[in-house]
Design a protein around this ligand. Structure first.
Ligand code: ADP
Ligand code: MG
Length: 701
């Protein structure tokens, strides 16, 4: 029997083709089911009617009862809008509409009372309501659910204009709930519902829209978050289970001559305990017979490159080729050089392939790959072009993976009949709970220890009025033979203001640090690649003392002699970015400094960020703080994951629940890996419904 939840919304009274199209476009709502999963984001007491004089804040919703008078059209043509005065026995307030003017003109009968509802705005020190929702007083229908609490739904301007403001949604929900209530079947087994003290799926669905009381809002919210996170965890674990089970991986039996020679004779320092542990984890994966999909997390400077190299040597010892991908040309070159340096005169062939590799060289590389004369190929996206043919690709290392899309990674699979092992490295520490969701289908290794002898970077925060002191400090450092980074935000490369900011900054610094005593390198995103490389090189070689840059230097450049990082307009950077930038210094022997410059006025959140940076250098703590301050949408790597489209769960707030649902999912799948047991039938059914067509389920169900 076709489930009523799959009925197109057009079958709902009051939803014509136009509204249906908008619902689809704005929120992807096509069916009754989709609609009912559009949950309120907060609730107001709708039995409460406020007085005009009580409207004293622009961050909550008000319902007012009164008369509308003095309709007046202001302005002309495109700039036209309409105003009216809303009056009750305590005063009046202005109403405003910028669209639907004809509709407004015909909407109100003089002398009649209306209910208006909305969030006020402030204009010239007065409150007004822009596009309020309007209802006739006498047409309020008898309530289906007898609650006083009304859900507030997120909506858009377009939907509002066609009658689907929050109240409009509420009305549709009422109809849809009435039709669907009988079809909200339980989707969790009794043993889970009971032990976790959850309310039923049906109760939750009804109460989330039309709560009986505040207690039920809590219970419904909890139940629906639980479902959402639990089923996601089951899905992620199944993906992991199936990729590892299905895809046989190359078996790297031996740790052979290359690895051992390197370890004994070429390794310039002791590995840290964390590096040793992680190399072991990777090694265990690569000889397990299953394909490795491992995420290697480690703070900037924790020595991931070396771990990557040692993993590649194991692959080479077993007769395989390896690829090392980085997101930019500069980084690829740097990795290439680092690897060459580490390997010294060992007989390991390394080549670099990027967009700017000349055709002759390209041909040579292709030939060497084919003849199996090449062991490590380093490069950018150019590596996964179809023309690049490995004879035997065994391991791919991907640095800073958030810049590689999932689709690009998938292309690698086509390079071999047996897919290569994949090691993804990221220097953006990801909070544990987030890692469980965004990368829940990968295994995770963490390097949680920095090489010994690192001096902590000292971080200070200065307001603009201390600039002279900062300039003086930079002079001292340069005199002592150190180099300095100055970074400007160029969040949006096409943003004129940002560019002007950078240009002014360059001018200031050139004045304070004049030629010929001082040399300055400038690098920003609008420069040609060669020019960037040239300037970077001058700084790396110590010819210039100051590098003024935008965030192009964010990832990975290694100049040990640079000991000062000045971050201009630091308030405009996110925490993770600030942390990444700070990681550029503190690589050499000298005490290093990170100087955060901000304007004198700072928002609360901006101030918090500066405080956190000054207090801690632990990347994981910073990532947690970032998640709490900004929410998950902004954390690097999460946007493109496709896992962020939650209806109700919140990755920043529901950490505990993520941990608990993951644990439960692991337990269940351990004893019943394909969800065949009677007691898990409901889970299986729900998984097929939720993830059908998207993933694995198409194959195993
Ligand atoms: P990441 O890529 O994790 O940011 P790198 O691999 O660039 O870090 O390493 C940072 C620096 O630390 C490099 O100069 C590297 O040679 C050095 N390094 C790596 N491992 C060790 C170690 N065990 N002891 C001392 N120095 C190390
Ligand atoms: Mg690195």
């Amino acid at each position: 029997m076709e489930n009523i939840l799959n009925t197109p919304v057009t079958y709902l009274k009051g939803v014509g083709p136009k509204k249906a199209e908008l619902l689809q476009k704005e929120f992807g709502i096509a069916t009754y089911g989709d609609l009912l999963f559009h949950f309120p984001f907060r609730y107001v007491d709708k039995s409460r009617i406020y007085k005009v004089k009580e409207v004293i804040s622009d961050n909550t919703y008000f319902q007012l009862k009164g008369k509308v008078s003095g309709l007046q059209t202001v302005g002309e043509k495109r700039a036209k809008y309409i105003t009216a005065t809303f009056t009750d026995d305590t005063g009046s307030i202005q109403l405003l509409w910028f669209r639907g003017i004809q509709w407004v003109k015909n909407r109100f009968t003089p002398g009649k009372e209306y209910l208006i509802f909305g969030k006020p705005s402030v204009y010239k020190n007065h409150f007004n309501f822009v596009h309020p929702e309007v209802e006739d007083v006498d047409d309020s229908e008898p309530e289906m659910v007898t609650g006083r609490l009304e859900g507030i739904y997120s909506t858009t301007e377009k939907l509002k204009n066609s009658g689907l403001g929050s109240r409009g949604f509420s009305r549709l929900m009422k109809l849809a709930i009435k039709l669907c209530a009988a079809s909200f079947n339980e989707n969790l087994p009794e043993y889970i519902v009971n032990t976790r003290k959850l309310i039923s799926h049906k109760e939750a669905m009804v109460n989330i829209h039309f709560p009986k009381n505040t207690e039920m809002i809590k219970k419904a919210t909890h139940r629906l978050k639980f479902e959402e996170l639990f089923f996601l965890q089951v899905e992620l674990l199944l993906q992991k289970q199936i990729t590892t089970k299905k895809s046989t991986g190359h078996i790297f039996e031996t740790v052979g001559q290359h690895f051992n020679t390197f370890y004994k004779r070429y390794l310039p320092f002791e590995l840290t305990g964390a590096q040793k542990r992680v190399v072991k984890e990777i090694r265990a994966d690569m000889k397990s017979g299953k394909q490795m999909n491992r995420l290697l997390q480690g703070d900037v400077g924790s020595g991931k490159t070396l771990v990557a190299l040692m993993s590649m040597l194991i692959a080479i010892d077993n007769g395989y080729q390896t690829a090392f991908m980085a997101p930019t040309e500069i980084l690829s070159r740097q990795h290439y050089e680092t690897l060459k340096k580490f390997l010294g005169d060992m007989d390991v062939e390394v080549e670099l392939l990027t967009g700017s590799t000349k055709i002759a060289k390209r041909k040579e590389i292709h030939q060497k790959l084919k003849d199996h004369k090449l062991n490590i190929l380093v490069g950018t996206h150019a590596l996964i072009e179809d023309t690049v043919k490995f004879s035997n690709l065994g391991l791919v290392v991907i640095d800073e993976q958030h810049r590689f899309g999932v689709a690009q990674r998938a292309r690698l699979w086509k390079k071999n009949t047996i897919p290569p092992h994949v090691l993804v490295m990221t220097a953006t520490p990801i909070p544990r709970t987030l890692a469980m969701t965004v990368y829940g289908n990968l295994d995770v290794s963490v390097i949680d220890e920095l090489p010994p002898g690192r001096k902590m970077v000292k971080t200070v925060h200065f307001f603009e009025n201390k600039r002279l002191r900062v300039i003086g400090f930079i002079r001292e450092q340069i005199k002592a033979g150190q180099q300095v980074y100055v970074v400007f935000p160029l969040i949006n490369e096409s943003e004129k203001l940002d560019l002007k900011n950078l240009m002014d900054g360059i001018e200031n610094f050139s004045r304070e640090f004049p030629l010929p005593e001082y040399q300055i390198s400038v690098v920003h995103g609008q420069m040609k690649a060669e020019d960037k490389e040239y300037e970077m090189k001058r700084f790396k070689d110590g010819i210039t003392q100051i590098m003024i840059a935008t965030t192009v230097i964010e990832v990975g450049v290694d100049v040990p002699n640079a000991s000062v990082m000045v971050i201009e307009n630091a308030e405009r950077f996110g925490l993770s970015q600030l942390h990444q930038l700070r990681g550029r210094v503190g690589r050499g022997a000298a005490q290093s400094w990170c100087i955060l410059m901000t304007g004198n006025k700072l928002s609360n959140e901006g101030r918090k960020r500066m405080e956190i940076m000054v207090q801690t250098s632990d990347g994981f703590k910073i990532a947690e703080a970032d998640l709490k301050l900004r929410g998950p949408g902004d954390i690097q790597g999460t946007q493109q994951s496709g896992m962020m489209d939650f209806h109700i769960a919140n990755l920043a707030k529901d950490g505990d629940l993520i941990v608990r649902t993951r644990k439960l999912a692991v337990e269940i799948l351990e004893s019943d890996p394909s969800l065949k047991a009677d007691e898990n039938i409901l889970i299986r059914k729900e998984m097929i419904k939720r993830f059908k067509g998207k993933t694995i389920w198409a194959r195993i169900s």
